[in-house]
Design a protein. Structure first.
Length: 424
């Protein structure tokens, strides 16, 4: 269901520290740290990591001051590095879970990493690292570049979020964490232009306040979160389209941008979680714009290409903030646009979107710029070997099968490489 959207994302990640001065790029087996000083051209630090068979479930997060970098692997193990990619310590997984399907996360795969101020009088610890897995279990650790780590506490969201967690973000100004969870709703994504009946319970969005003592977390009350009872709800077919799969807080901490499983985009106010705007996929201007390079292909090759057959090809895959009133949208098709949140998501970069290779990752940087990571997929071509015919005469020449093109490859073997890190 929802996790099929997440599992289709590229396994390569990158994260930008506060202020956009430092970038961490996580590839298959290499972690690189780059800085703004040389336009992110040369790594200042590099670390080699073990290959992850389920790299799409990895997570990457900087501490607020940009001195610590947490890397979570699909098995729940978290490695912490410094600014030069020096490995400081490793936090082991809390349990051993196996991935049953490639489109579903393991029981202890991390859904979100959050660095918060320590809730202790011990000055040795720099931050408290919150590790929240997809099952809704939270484990907190005191972390320090010199002291390593020490378990702090654990918390379970099972009673409030029985279906688990899909995305997590932090509101540092108000000491809150915002959690999105899967929700099966009888209400389809919003069809009208009014946002008055959009409430958080329909979209699995909840806000949690951090406490200094047990139970450590308490759900923040929301007066607007009221769902009217509907007649014969049990006879209606549920849908997961309302579920939020990606969260991104604005720079000023007043708004929250979200991507939904259905492809919708919404803007919420912090910390009231009142919906400000909601755009279903079909109401997003030029959402179905295709890459010009793909359109140049012959019709048969275009239809058979993986990019064309992807059911999520027009869905937003990443979202971030360009400014306090503009968001950056990246789609599975490679299209990247900058849109005003109060102008019906019209693109500000021109009449057409900018296209990147693959499904790009985007982050806001400095001076109203943003960074984008695009990946190019190389397909290893295969040549079918001629079959030996015992009845053939020795004078008959073996006929070779013609080499298949990239789009016509029967069983392609992808070999992903980083193409470029661009900024606008």
């Amino acid at each position: 269901m929802i996790y099929s959207w997440i599992s289709q994302q590229l396994p390569w990640l990158f994260s930008v520290s506060s202020g956009g001065k430092t970038v961490a790029i996580l590839q298959d087996t290499v972690l690189e740290i780059r800085t703004q000083q040389d336009n992110y051209a040369t790594p200042i630090g590099k670390a080699f990591i073990n290959k992850d068979s389920n790299a799409q479930w990895r997570k990457l997060e900087w501490s607020p001051d940009g001195t610590l970098l947490a890397v979570a692997h699909s098995n729940g193990v978290v490695d912490v590095y410094d600014l030069l990619a020096t490995h400081l310590f490793q936090i082991p997984s809390t349990s051993q879970g196996a991935i049953i399907e490639s489109s579903s996360p393991s029981a202890n795969a991390i859904a979100g990493l959050v660095f918060v101020d320590t809730r202790t009088k011990n000055a040795h610890w720099s931050y408290e690292l919150l590790c929240i897995n997809f099952a809704g279990q939270l484990h907190a650790y005191f972390v320090s570049p010199t002291q390593g780590f020490e378990p702090s506490h654990s918390f379970s969201f099972d009673a409030h979020l029985p279906y688990g967690v899909t995305s997590v973000c932090a509101d540092y100004a108000r000491h809150l964490i915002v959690i999105a969870s899967p929700i099966a709703s009888v209400v389809e994504p919003m069809e009208s232009k009014s946002n008055t009946d959009l409430v958080t319970s329909k979209y699995g969005l909840s806000c949690w306040r951090l406490l200094d003592d047990r139970p450590f977390y308490i759900q923040a009350p929301n007066q607007n979160d009221y769902v009217p009872k509907r007649w014969l709800q049990s006879f209606k077919r549920g849908s997961y389209g309302n579920t939020i799969v990606k969260l991104s807080p604005s720079k000023d901490g007043t708004s929250l941008a979200a991507i939904h499983y259905s492809g919708s985009v919404s803007i919420w106010s912090l910390s009231s979680l009142k919906c400000q705007n909601f755009w279903p996929l079909y109401r997003q201007p030029d959402f179905d714009e295709m890459n010009p390079a793909l359109l140049k292909l012959p019709a048969q090759r275009r239809i058979r290409s993986a990019a064309f057959q992807n059911p999520f090809k027009f869905h937003p895959v990443d979202i971030n903030w360009w400014s306090d009133d503009s968001i950056i949208l990246a789609r599975c098709s490679g299209a990247v646009t900058v849109c005003k949140t109060h102008r019906n998501l019209r693109n500000q970069l021109g009449s057409s979107a900018k296209f990147c290779e693959g499904s790009p990752r985007i982050f806001s940087a400095f001076d109203n710029t943003f960074l984008g990571l695009e990946c190019k997929v190389k397909v290893q071509r295969k040549r079918l070997q001629p079959t030996e015919d015992v009845t053939a005469s020795p004078n008959d020449e073996a006929e070779e099968t013609p080499e298949l093109s990239d789009e016509e490859e029967i069983s392609p073997l992808p070999n992903r490489i980083t193409r470029s890190a661009l900024y606008w």
